[in-house]
Design a protein around this ligand. Structure first.
Ligand code: NAI
Length: 310
């Protein structure tokens, strides 16, 4: 296969001052891309800010002969989102891909988490993804080309104790991806999501509370280097990716598609609703995935599936 190049392409990577974002920025810069390394440089909780994180990654890219600029704006405000995209446009005159990676973390038992914790997570993960993508969207639409990578998490897709607020924010990111994937594709803007697993500043802080209780995690430490996810994310941000509306897990050196599926279920009479007792009596059938399942591509597709399966 031809090498996948980012030559002539401008890519914004948010939260690229460390962890996964740094690995993405470096992978893309090594492939000739011009990269905006955005990072607020605050604490894992999302407080404070500093220039050191973004500057260090830009220096690393420059040392390797790559092209990058730093940006220190927070993704959490609409003005910040606009300034991040303006940094790309002011420097290189275009924007080809946005990797929405910036994230903060608050964790603990549900009763200890506060509405402020939830608001902070929603502001960075969900509104942050909205803000940066919203600023890039008209430019991508005008040029008929764009790639947008969303970052979800197994906490948002599969669920984990102690991560209810974080999972809610990552679930919100998925709702945004589902909508924009459908809206963007006719304009050449392809949206996809990554569900990474990597060692980082964030996971070091969460540590014992979540991963520490996962007996399988020990098998995967070597593959928790963020470089094990960089290939997937770089591919989704590249011209070589021609599919949209997918979610992809990176875990233990394995890359795989994650999807939402519906079982064949229990079909009632279209004139009379199923009763509570009928549902209870057939609960195992409703849940049963051994008879196969369908994967709706979007809202209307579930209507098609039910219509066609009678
Ligand atoms: P990290 O803490 O090393 O990276 C996140 C970066 O985002 C930090 O450098 C931080 O300064 C920056 N950031 C935080 N708030 C910001 C804001 N308002 N504006 C701009 N930058 C901001 O953690 P990691 O693990 O590399 O996380 C990257 C993304 O991957 C996050 O969205 C995280 O939720 C997600 N993720 C990570 C997983 C993992 O196993 N490491 C698992 C699932 C999802």
């Amino acid at each position: 296969m031809e090498p996948i190049s980012f030559a002539g392409q401008v890519v914004v990577v948010t939260g690229a001052g460390g962890g996964l974002g740094r690995a993405y920025a470096m992978e893309i810069a090594r492939r000739g891309g011009q990269v905006v390394v955005n990072d607020l440089g605050g604490s894992v909780a999302g407080e404070g800010g500093s220039k050191g994180y973004a500057d260090a990654v830009v220096a690393e890219i420059h040392n390797e002969g790559g092209q990058a600029i730093a940006n220190y704006d927070s993704v959490a405000t609409a003005a910040g989102g606009r300034r991040i995209i303006e940094a790309a446009l002011d420097t290189w005159g275009r924007i080809d891909a946005v990797i929405n990676n910036a994230g903060n973390m608050r964790f603990g038992p549900f009763e200890d988490l506060t509405a402020d914790d939830l608001a902070s997570l929603i502001a960075v993960h969900a509104a942050g993804t909205w803000n940066v993508t919203h600023a890039a969207w008209p430019h991508m639409k005008r040029q008929g080309y764009g790639r947008v990578v969303f970052t979800t998490s197994s906490a948002g897709m599969l669920g984990s104790a102690m991560l209810s607020a974080y999972g809610a924010a990552k679930g919100a990111v998925m709702g945004l991806m589902h909508g924009l994937a459908e809206e963007g594709a006719p304009h050449g803007i392809l949206c996809n999501a990554v569900m990474p697993n990597a060692a980082s500043r964030m996971t070091a802080e969460v540590g014992e509370g979540t991963l520490g209780e996962n007996p399988w995690a020990v098998n995967f430490f070597q593959t928790f280097n963020p470089t094990f996810t960089a290939g997937l994310t770089a591919f989704l941000a590249s011209k070589a990716c021609t599919t949209h509306h997918g979610t992809y897990s990176s875990l233990g050196g394995r890359i795989a598609r994650v999807f939402v599926a519906v079982t064949g279920g229990l079909r009632g009479d279209s004139a009379v609703p199923l009763t509570v007792e009928e549902i209870a009596g057939k609960w195992d059938l409703i849940r049963d995935d051994s008879r196969g399942y369908a994967i709706p591509a979007h809202v209307a597709d579930e209507f098609r599936i039910v219509a066609e399966t009678g």
